[in-house]
Ligand binder design. Sequence first.
Ligand code: AMP
Length: 385
Amino acid sequence: MTLVGILGAGQLGRMLALAGYPLGLRFRLLDPAPDAPAGHMAEQVAAGYDDAAALARFAEGLHAITYEFENVPVAAARQLERRAPVYPPPLALELAQDRLAEKRFFRDLGVGTPPFAQVDSRDDLAAALARIGLPAVLKTRRLGYDGKGQLVLRSRADVEPAWAALGGAPLILEGFVPFERELSILAARGRDGRTACYPLIENHHRDGMLRLSLAPAPGLTPALQAAAERIVTLALDALGYVGVLAIELFQIGGLGTWDGGLADQPPSPKPQAPSLMVNEMAPRVHNSGHWTIEGAETSQFEQHLRAILGLPLGSAAPRGCSAMVNLIGALPEPAAVLAVPGAHLHLYGKAPRAGRKLGHITIRADAPPQLAERLAQVQRLLPAS
Ligand code: AMP
């Protein structure tokens, strides 16, 4: 029996385990929270990631180790590498934990990023502003997520308050990108170096949190998909990556019309050619890929497990079109959701709390107009959050 270790027992760990059971896999989790969402689905070592004795107990007999959130200490991942293969490689974890290292990595690959500068002092900030200009975004390099640890500087008047709030920590200043929309590309790379890319996903955020994903991204053209696949493949190969990688992108210009990504010709009216810039990467399964459970031939969770275990990757082709709605803070009536055709409810077993991701709904349809109608039905059922 193959035993897989997962660092983290949140909802991503839970969905990894759910995808792994049909393959005959077993799981062991390491997470400090005793009531973590995946905790009652598999054996859990409830301890901190820097607890050497707990890491040793966790690693006992594991065939492969992975992680489900990116703030796992890199030192712990490297320590575990001596016990069993750790995928994705800890180098990816290290880059994803530092926005500056991450942006340099993509720049060095020749991939577009917002203009950026390292900011460790007030003088650095002045120099960075002189080079990049306003508007700009000042971000902490580490431990930022869901829009936390960052402030938009629209005018000179925003500079001092932003410095007062964030100054002292290692920072990065980025040019503010007037993007058309936010997209993500998810891809997997197997131990044999083969890759499989999902269609681009369109993401909508509010208050820094993902609310809605549409897949394939409306108006997706083969050229845009190819541009995103080029970016993710460069990153996967450069890192010798194994597992699922998500890259969040900004699309600049060229917004097409909704065609569910199924058109093999450019949308009309003909848009200006779009370009893509990398915002950040997540070396793990990703919230914007939850639709793949019902909406793709192989879910991102199964794909990740296949990759890290050296199994053949599955097809990443979509089944029709999908929308994924995050359930944040409060839950709708489950029976009402399940009454909507094509709707699939996923609850993570977490106690409701403002701003907390409690679950998601995937809505699947054969064609975009049907999807739009079903999505509207689901959205009417959502409590205000
Ligand atoms: P992040 O935590 O870096 O993913 O940023 C959270 C959100 O802030 C993104 O999803 C964007 O909507 C916005 N954002 C981040 N960086 C930039 C940027 N350089 N220009 C414009 N918007 C940004």
